[in-house]
Write a protein that binds this ligand. Structure first.
Ligand SMILES: Cc1cc2nc3c(=O)[nH]c(=O)nc-3n(C[C@H](O)[C@H](O)[C@H](O)COP(=O)(O)O)c2cc1C
Length: 206
């Protein structure tokens, strides 16, 4: 991809620099930048390559105001030039499974894989299947925040919202899950310094 800013951070740099940012500079995000960030986010891995994540980029001020209401008036929703509603739809992923089968695979291989995916997830209760999809969505969330940071944009992930109100506002199907809302833009504050467990507190070798 082209390097528009001329200064894309390494993964290490983006991880060190990223903080949740709740106050943003005004001004729209160029569509090409947003498309780059979302395309790279879509490179995230998922079980059987099901890719159940979907994105609604909310930029319209009136829609953002309503989204803020659904997010308990968290200030970053209105402050950010865009809020990405990251939702997952396993029913759609299963209904369109042909789209994610490897193009280089022969017909028999594709049929086997299609059956495997359909049997694996089709045998789950719908709610469990969608909960599984939401788990995949959090992989995309991690990618999204790091990629945005690397490309000069700050983010604020949010779980503080009423999912039913967000679905109603955006016309999303009732069965989908919303792993997070993500405010995104050029940050206008530093955010809080990292305060994290030590490595020994969270890891061991066996
Ligand atoms: C899934 C998820 C949901 C979160 N929900 C909210 C939220 O609703 N509101 C908020 O202000 N911060 C929210 N946060 C931000 C966390 O509080 C923050 O990531 C954490 O305190 C670490 O700080 P940092 O992101 O600045 O490193 C959320 C973070 C994650 C990953």
């Amino acid at each position: 991809m082209s390097n528009r800013s001329g200064n894309i951070l390494t993964v290490d740099e983006a991880a060190e620099k990223r903080r949740s940012i709740r106050k943003y500079l005004p001004g729209p995000i160029p569509r090409s930048d947003m498309d780059d960030i979302l395309r790279l986010t879509g490179l995230a891995p998922s079980s059987f390559n099901t890719q159940p994540w979907r994105f609604v980029v909310v930029e319209d001020p009136g829609t953002k105001e309503k989204l803020a209401e659904a997010a308990y008036n968290q200030r970053q929703v209105v402050s950010a030039p865009a809020v990405i509603v990251l939702y997952t739809d396993m029913a759609d992923a299963l209904a369109t499974v042909n789209e994610v089968l490897p193009p280089g695979m022969d017909a028999a291989g594709k049929e086997n894989l299609r059956s495997l995916i359909t049997n694996t997830y089709g045998s789950l209760a719908a709610a469990d299947r969608e909960a599984f999809g939401a788990g995949q969505g959090y992989i995309a969330l991690g990618y999204l925040m790091l990629i945005a940071e690397a490309h000069g944009y700050q983010t604020s992930p949010m779980l503080g919202f009423d999912p039913e109100a967000v679905k109603k506002l955006l016309g999303l199907p009732a069965h989908v899950r919303i792993p997070a809302l993500v405010a995104i833009g050029k940050g206008a504050e530093e955010g809080f310094p990292h305060h994290r467990h030590s490595l020994s507190r969270i890891s061991r070798y066996a």
